[in-house]
Ligand binder design. Structure first.
Ligand code: MG
Length: 384
């Protein structure tokens, strides 16, 4: 599978709707616009790397906007013009050597996963692909408040982002075009002779430029909510050791749980349940076992990431329910602490976090004490 990186361009100074805040840090649904944008790429299961390009003066604003989105790469600073910023962002990815890169405006927060899918899919056949909408309105060229000319709209499209490219091709094109001013990244590849495909864009993926745009996005964002349910299941093997970690609580035991991280099976099941609510892949996609960063990791990192994806989308966790399957250790004495710990990570009330346990009547691998299994269900609401 292709390795996909996303660059979120957020170095602009545009402050068109009042105050001193650049527009990508204005709030939408109570959170910075840029946070929504970052969260949507971070939640996409096929996007492995997400990096923002920011203005040097916006470090603190960025830190607040990205807080809790654990898998983002550190931001890089942009240049004088958008095109410089993108080139610097592309250069910053050389060590990661992605196959594809998606370049997206930070002020398009309502991009959806299906649109991202279409751009990525088109890159199998073309070095570049952009989402676009066919122009429906008749076009006029104006002069002095009067129509100068009616322009034929046949074959005209409105370009959106994310604009996707094969990484090597767009990096070379940006290097070659350094110092020129082109209107978008597709134009940079076009200038280098690269073919760019058009895929279907989406009206909701509009760039927030004016206050009216923000109001429209707010209406979309606050539109009728919907409920989403997710389930998760996980198993870890028991091996040598003298404690197990279950739902973040360390419990003395005759054996330990074996795994790449802390092997907290119920917390992994719950993380998968939350990711399932978003159809955002599974824990292994977000935190690959092959990545040494997660060796021995506290699974709270994984759970917090999944919860942050939900809240960044304006969603809310209604309740979660976990069942641990094992003969030993006894869960009952630890149940209240487990609920409290999960509630703390999820930032919800412990009354919404059920932790239960069952034996399997000494049947199967859990019954024989070879491993501990857990299943989880989560219910959330999303704004649309
Ligand atoms: Mg696991």
């Amino acid at each position: 599978m292709a390795k996909v990186a996303a660059l979120i361009v957020a170095a602009g100074r545009g402050k068109r709707f009042g105050g001193d805040l650049p527009k990508q840090y204005q709030t939408l649904g109570g959170r910075p616009i840029l946070r929504h944008t970052l969260a949507r790429f971070a939640a996409h299961p096929d996007v492995a790397l997400v990096r923002a390009i920011i203005h040097p003066e916006d470090r603190d604003l960025y830190g607040a906007a990205a807080h809790g989105l654990a898998t983002l790469l550190d931001p890089v600073e942009g240049g004088a013009e958008r095109q410089d910023s993108v080139r610097l962002g592309l250069e910053s990815l050389t060590d990661f050597a992605p196959d594809y890169v998606l370049i997206h405006d930070g002020a398009r927060p309502l991009v959806d996963g299906a649109l991202i899918d279409r751009v990525i899919a088109a890159l199998a056949d073309h070095p570049g692909a952009i989402p676009a909408l066919a122009v429906a309105d008749t076009l006029k060229r104006g002069a002095g408040g009067m129509i100068g000319q009616t322009v034929d709209r046949a074959g005209l499209w409105r370009a959106q982002t994310p604009q996707g490219f094969r990484y090597e091709a767009i990096l070379a094109a940006h290097r070659a075009q350094a110092g020129t001013v082109l209107t978008d990244d597709a134009a940079v590849l076009e200038a280098a002779g690269g073919a760019v495909a058009l895929v279907d864009g989406a009206e909701d993926n509009a760039k927030i430029t004016t206050f009216a745009d923000l109001e429209r996005a707010e209406r979309l964002f606050r539109g009728e909510g919907e409920q989403r349910i997710g389930s998760g299941f996980d198993v870890h093997r028991l091996g040598p050791g003298d404690f197990v970690t279950l739902n973040g609580i360390r419990i003395p035991h005759s054996h330990g749980l074996v795994g790449h991280s802390d092997a907290d099976a119920p917390m992994h099941a719950l993380t998968d349940a939350l990711l399932g609510c978003l159809n955002a892949g599974d824990i292994g996609r977000h935190f690959p076992p092959s990545d040494m960063r997660w060796k021995g990791a506290d699974s709270a990192i994984f759970l917090h990431h999944a919860a942050a994806l939900i809240t960044a989308l304006g969603g809310r966790i209604l309740n979660v329910d976990i069942t641990i399957l094992c003969e030993q250790p006894k869960i009952g004495p630890h149940r209240a602490r487990m609920s409290a710990r999960l509630a703390e990570i999820l930032e919800i009330s412990a009354t919404r976090v059920a932790v239960k346990a069952t034996t399997t009547e000494e049947l199967g691998f859990t019954g024989r004490g070879e491993g501990i299994a857990a299943q989880a269900t989560a219910l959330i609401t999303l704004p649309f």
